[in-house]
Design a protein around this ligand. Structure first.
Ligand SMILES: [Ca+2]
Ligand SMILES: [Ca+2]
Ligand SMILES: [Ca+2]
Length: 308
């Protein structure tokens, strides 16, 4: 996608609209591939439930208190506020249709958590974190609140370097401005890292899990595939009792601090699948997140299998 240097607001909308179709598979070592093949339907020798809330306590130290400064609507590349992390931004979506966009520095390999809390009672909160670099491979992370005045929380694991912004809007103005906004649309936005608390996996295994919310991530980690190629297959839509999770699955090399592959949809399903013809040894993170909008049942099975 080509993006002009100005018109970040337009870029913003474009990215949000396209967030569920990020390019995949991503090429990179170790010759990964994603989806498109029949998954090995072998019984799982090992089954367990990952008590997985991705991160433990908050990290990164005390919050830096900040106040928004208008204009920060992203109408030009420089019309963006700055937000220091870990930090708390206090602002207001005022006047109607106001958008507040803050540039933030995010580190690949870190888990971030954002909490957007309405303070004036009128805001139906919507937060998006994305990479403004053209043609980047960082998925857009967002939560669209559905309840006026209720806080929302967004977690995301940063896969690649980029130029990131966090955007605050009212859900009723997304994707099209509807006039929401005014003096009672105050908020605080807190952004910070969390200590990742992944579930350790030894191939082969099948884990069952459930995202805590639409904006949550689950994390798994492994260190070796014993010299064999491997597949990691998520089943939500395809499990015996289909769930409403529309998954995205990513693999991150913790040792090299490098993303290897992301897959949002395997062939013919909203479920995700990643894999490699080559074995790997090192320290790897598997990230499960959601790109759907239905919170009814966010459960899934995650199969880690070795190729013959
Ligand atoms: Ca504002
Ligand atoms: Ca603004
Ligand atoms: Ca998907």
């Amino acid at each position: 996608m080509r993006v002009a240097p100005i018109g970040l607001g337009l870029l913003f909308v474009t990215l949000v609209v396209s967030c569920s179709s990020d390019p995949s598979p991503v090429e990179g070592s170790p010759t990964p591939d994603a989806g498109g093949r029949d998954s090995a339907a072998t019984p799982e020798p090992d089954s367990g439930t990952g008590a997985n809330d991705a991160g433990a306590d908050s990290g990164g130290g005390p919050l830096t208190e900040q106040n928004e400064v208008e204009p920060n609507d992203g109408k030009t590349e420089t019309e963006v506020g700055a937000m220091t992390l870990p930090g708390q931004m206090t602002g207001k979506l005022d006047p109607a249709n106001d958008v507040d966009i803050f540039g933030v520095t995010l580190t690949p390999g870190e888990l971030y958590e954002w909490t957007l809390t309405p303070t004036g009672g009128e805001l139906t909160p919507h937060v998006t974190v994305f990479d403004t670099t053209p043609n980047n491979l960082n998925p857009t992370a967002l939560v669209a609140g559905t309840t006026k005045g209720a806080p929302i929380t967004l977690q995301h694991f940063v896969l690649r370097p980029g130029k990131f912004v966090a955007a605050v809007r009212d859900s009723r103005n997304v994707p099209n401005a509807s006039g929401a906004g005014g003096p009672a649309f105050g908020y605080t936005l807190v952004g910070r890292t969390k200590a990742a608390a992944p579930v350790a996996v030894t191939f082969p295994a099948t884990k069952t899990g459930k995202l805590a919310s639409l904006g949550a991530v689950d994390l798994y980690t492994f260190t070796t595939t014993n010299g064999k190629g491997f597949d990691i297959v998520l089943r939500a839509e395809r499990k015996a009792q289909p769930s409403t999770l529309d998954s995205r699955l990513s693999l991150f090399d913790i040792t090299k601090k490098q993303a290897i592959i992301t897959n949002d949809n395997a062939a013919g399903t909203t479920d995700s699948q990643i894999g490699s013809a080559n074995g790997v040894t090192g320290s790897y993170m598997v990230i499960v997140d959601n790109e759907g909008t239905n919170p009814a049942d966010l459960s899934y099975e995650l199969e880690f299998s070795l190729r013959p």
